[in-house]
Each structure stands twice: as C-alpha cells, then as structure tokens.
Write a protein of this length. Structure first.
Length: 154
C-alpha cells in the first residue's frame, strides 16, 4: 500500500527546527502496516502548498494520507481550510475520536480541528502537529482505518 505523510509547518519547512511529527507519523504507519511504501513532504502553512502536496500524493497513488499540523486556532493554521473544498466526504468521527483521546492527555486538545475524510479514492487524516499527539490520535482512530480503506477500494 502507498501512504503519504505531509507535515504542515512554516518553521520546519524553513529549517528553523527539525520536523518531528512527520517521522512520528511514518513510524506509526510502518509499525501497523506490513507492506507500506511511504512518501513524505514538508510544506509551509499555506493553503496552496498544502493542496499541491496532497495532489502530488494522490497522483503517486497514495491511498492513505496523513497531514500533521495546521489544525489549531492560530491565524496560520489553515490545513482544514485547504482541504475543505476537496472533501468528497468528510468523516467527522475521526476528529471526534482524536479529540476525545487527546483530552485525556491535555485540556487544550479541545482547540484541535483534526478531522478525516475522503479525497478522491484516499482516506485523508488531519492530525495535530505536536509529535506526542500523533500517536495518541492515530491509536484512537486506527481501528476504523482498515475498514475505511476497504470501503474506498476502487
């Protein structure tokens, strides 16, 4: 299976600090999927850059795309807005489960706009940018991921 991890971060994309959420998401995928080919991208918090990275992942054939970052309430957090016009179907239960699991760790998780949905034939999950939150969120929704992928199979 092909999967893509797209990190959305102004500072990491400029080299101000090292991307840690992308590698964490990739590590989770490699632990859970026997045969997976993963491509990663790192883009700034800009709607067009986010859409372009997603388009490249889908053109490559990714069936599962994880986007990390840009899901908070800050003015530069635009990942949900970038994806809004692209959803074939939004699956808000993914975001609800991620927030519920994250709230057990931190009260500020309520600020997250994490979500999931279908773009083309792919399952796309929007995750927080905090590396510690990646595993918490993916653990919370992972039981539904194989079923979603099976239902989206062409």
């Amino acid at each position: 299976m092909k999967a893509a991890v797209i990190t959305v971060s102004d500072r990491a994309s400029k080299g101000v600090y090292e991307d840690r959420s992308g590698p964490e998401a990739e590590a989770f995928l490699r632990e859970r999927l026997r045969e997976v080919e993963v491509r990663r991208a790192l883009v700034p918090d800009e709607e067009e850059a986010i859409r372009e990275a997603l388009a490249q992942a889908l053109a490559w054939g990714a069936r599962l795309v994880l986007l990390t970052g840009g899901t908070g309430p800050a003015s530069r957090d635009v990942t949900p807005e970038a994806l809004a016009p692209l959803w074939r179907k939004e699956l808000p239960g993914f975001g609800e489960a991620m927030r519920l699991a994250s709230l057990r760790e931190t009260p500020t998780a309520i600020l997250s706009r994490a979500t999931g949905g279908v773009v083309g034939e792919a399952l796309v999950l929007l995750l927080p940018g905090n590396p510690r939150a990646i595993r918490v969120c993916l653990e919370a929704v992972w039981p539904a991921v194989p079923t979603a992928l099976a239902l989206l199979a062409p």
